[in-house]
Write a protein of this length. Sequence first.
Length: 222
Amino acid sequence: MTRVLVVDDEPQILRAMRINLVARHYEVAVAPDGATALRQAADWHPDLVILDLGLPDIDGVDVIHGLRGWTQVPIIVLSGRSDGHDKVDALDAGADDYVTKPFGIDELLARVRAVTRRAAALTAESAEARVGDHVIDLVGKTISGGVRLTPTEWHFLELLLRNPGKLVSQRQLLMEVWGASYQKETHYLRQYMAQLRRKLERDPAHPVHLLTEPGMGYRFQP
C-alpha cells in the first residue's frame, strides 16, 4: 500500500484528503505544520508527500529543502499563491509537481498516480551502498559482517548514503536526525560520525568514505 503524507494547516483539507486517499486504498498520515511533517517523514518514510507551501511555522520551500537533504521521495506542492516565483522556487528546491488551490480531487489524484509511477522506476541501486568492507542494505537495514547500528546511527548514515558525493550540511543533519531545537549541537555530529567510522571504515583515523567538510557538514564518498 502506497504511503502518503499530507501536510496542510487547514483541518478541512487534511480531512478531505485523508478520506479521498483512504477510499482509494492509500495509507495516509497528516501533519499540520512543517516541523511535524519533517518528523513524520523521518519516522514513517512515506512514498509520497503532498505539501502546502503556506505553513504556520516553516515555509513549505524550506520543508522541501529539509526533505531533499536525505530523501528523493516524490513531493507534490499545493499552494494558493498566485505568484509564479513560488512555483519556480518549489520546483527548484526539489518538488516534483505543483497544484494550485482550489483544485479538483480528480486532478490531484491523477498527479499522485503519475508521480508514484515515476518513482516506482527508481532505485534499485540506491537501496545498497558499500562503505569499506561492508555492504549496507538501506531497505532491509542490514550491514554485512554483523555490524549493528543504533536507530540514530542508521538515520544519520542513511542521510549521507542517499546523497552520494553530495555535501549534507550540519544544519540539515541536526534538523532531520534530532529536530529543529538541536541546530547548534554540532558536537552530536562529531560523536556519531566517530562511532560510524569505527564501525564501518577500514581505518577510522583516515576515513575514505565518511568525510568531514570542516565547518560545513559531511559527505559520503562512494
